[in-house]
Structure formats: C-alpha cells, structure tokens
Design a protein around this ligand. Structure first.
Ligand code: NAP
Length: 257
C-alpha cells in the first residue's frame, strides 16, 4: 500500500532530470498526496520547466544553489507555507577528485565536495527547521562508500561519511522539535551524478551478481522507501541509515562460482 502523505508539503532538492532519484521521490510523494516544492540548480531550468508541471500537486519550483547564501536566502524568503518533509538529494565533487588519488586532493576541492555534499544538509535545515512548525521528516541520500571503500568513489566516500554523521547529529538536535532525520543508502543507479564515477557499468554488474536479491536498484525502489520514511508510519524512526540495495551491503564473501 502506498504511504499516505495527504496534507503534507514536501520540499525536494536535487532534481536535475527525469533520471534523478529526487524526481522519482517527487513523483511518489505527489502520488501519495503531498504538495511538492522543487529546488534545483539553474543550469537545468529548461528541463525542470517541462518536468515540474507534470506533477499533480506542484506548488512551486525555483532555483537554489545550496552553496550560495544569497540563493538560499532568496529561495526560502519566497516560501510562505509550513514544510513537513525535506528531501536532500544532492552531491557534488570536482571532477579532479574522481580522477587522481585521494592523497592529491587539494583543500579547495575537499572543501567544495564536503560543503556541497554534506554541510548542505545542515545549511538547508538552518532555513527549513523554523518552517517545520508541525514537526516532520528530513531525508538525505547516501551510498555504501560512506561506510566501506568503494573503488573510484574517493573523496565522495569521505563526504558521505560526514553526511551520515550529520544525519545522527541533526536527528539528535532536531528530535525535541519532532523533526526526524534519516538517510537512504541506495545501491548504484545510472543517473547524471553516477556518470562521474569510473567503471560505473562494472559496478552495476558486480552489484547485481553479489546482492542477495540478484537485482539492481531503480529510482522508484528508493522513492517508495522515501515516502514511507516521510509518512507517519515511520514516526518513531530517526537518525537511521536505511539500505535500499537488494542486500548488497550485508555480504562479506560473495557466492563463489
Ligand atoms: P543527479 O540526478 O545528478 O542528482 C544530483 C543532484 O545534486 C543534481 O540535481 C545536482 O544539480 C544537485 N546539486 C549538486 N550540487 C548542488 C548545489 N550546489 N546546489 C543544489 N543542487 C546541487 O544524481 P542522483 O544519483 O539522483 O543523486 C542524488 C543523490 O543520491 C546524491 O546525493 C547521490 O550521491 C546519491 N546516491 C546516488 C546513487 C547512484 O548510484 N546514483 C547511489 C547512492 C546515493 P546539478 O546537476 O545542477 O549540479
């Protein structure tokens, strides 16, 4: 049965195209009855302009680079409704960090990666929490690379580890306001962001052959879990990293032969 999000308003960051995990979440939450507000980076304005009106309950869509204070301020100053759900589906690291060794990462690239991919969750909540007057649910997207070494992920693994620590710290800090904070750790999915990771097709094949369910993950698999976490059915779940990965993360030694 679909989660019930009637009467809730969801603010969703990270739609870049119809392949984005955030887009599947927006569609699922809209179908579950939530009103949707989208925040996106301006360079994809033309795509969002076509996509956003196809959602049944779209309230507004506007640009917001989460690393720019002026854009954050302008974006939130235009929001007049209380927010119940925040989705942070954002990651960025400069291309050089995926190409070279971790030892060669510059302080500038380290900082750019962690500010965009980890600190941005906290930054968004600085603006969003005062608008969550009825409490609510915050959700971010992480990957196994935040807990285990995943080849070619490099500084993004460090960023995801920091993001997962933010989930616990923010859950602790915002819990007394009845704001829950969780992450979904998704298995690999071919999206625009995944395009930056070397040998991604190999990663997909390997994941499918090792995962107990012998399947790869779709954005809609992630979206149905996101809608559950955002719903009142998950009202006592906070500070958790929930794996939607066909069980891949539990395997130590894969089936041989
Ligand atoms: P995606 O469609 O490329 O989404 C990434 C989003 O982050 C894009 O909309 C991107 O906007 C946005 N973003 C980056 N920097 C930003 C900034 N400064 N301000 C605002 N938005 C910014 O790829 P995705 O795979 O759906 O990624 C969504 C999340 O899922 C990420 O956190 C990713 O790490 C996580 N995840 C992905 C996978 C996977 O295999 N795909 C697995 C586990 C977790 P621009 O494109 O305009 O930069």
């Amino acid at each position: 049965m679909m989660a019930d999000l009637n009467g809730k308003t969801a603010l969703i960051f990270g739609v870049a195209s119809d392949t984005s995990i955030a887009w599947a979440i927006a569609k699922e939450m809209a179908e579950a009855g939530a009103r949707i507000i989208l925040a996106y980076q301006f360079r994809y304005h033309s795509r969002i302009k076509d996509l956003a009106p196809t959602l049944p309950n779209i309230l507004s869509y506007d640009r917001c680079d989460v690393t720019k204070e002026d854009e954050m301020k302008a974006f939130f100053s235009k929001l007049s409704v209380p927010i119940d759900i925040v989705v942070h589906s954002i990651a960025f690291a400069p291309a050089a960090t995926f190409q070279g060794n971790l030892l060669d990462v510059t302080p500038e690239d380290f900082s750019a990666s962690l500010v965009a991919s980890s600190y941005s969750l906290s930054k968004i909540m600085q603006y969003a929490a005062p608008r969550m007057t009825r409490g609510g649910s915050v959700l971010t997207l992480t990957y196994l690379g935040g807990q285990k070494v995943c080849a070619n992920y490099r500084v993004m693994g460090v960023a995801k580890a920091a993001l997962e620590a933010y989930v616990r710290e923010l859950a602790f800090e915002l819990g007394p306001k009845n704001i829950r904070v969780n992450a979904i750790s998704a298995g690999p999915i071919k999206t625009l962001a995944a395009g930056g990771i070397k040998d991604f097709d190999y990663i997909l094949d390997y994941h499918k052959s090792v995962a107990p369910l012998r399947e790869n993950i779709s954005t809609s698999d992630v979206a149905s879990c996101a809608a559950f976490l955002a719903s009142d059915k998950a009202r006592r779940i906070t500070g958790q990293i929930l794996f939607v990965d066909a069980g891949y993360s539990i395997v130590g030694v894969p089936q041989l032969g």
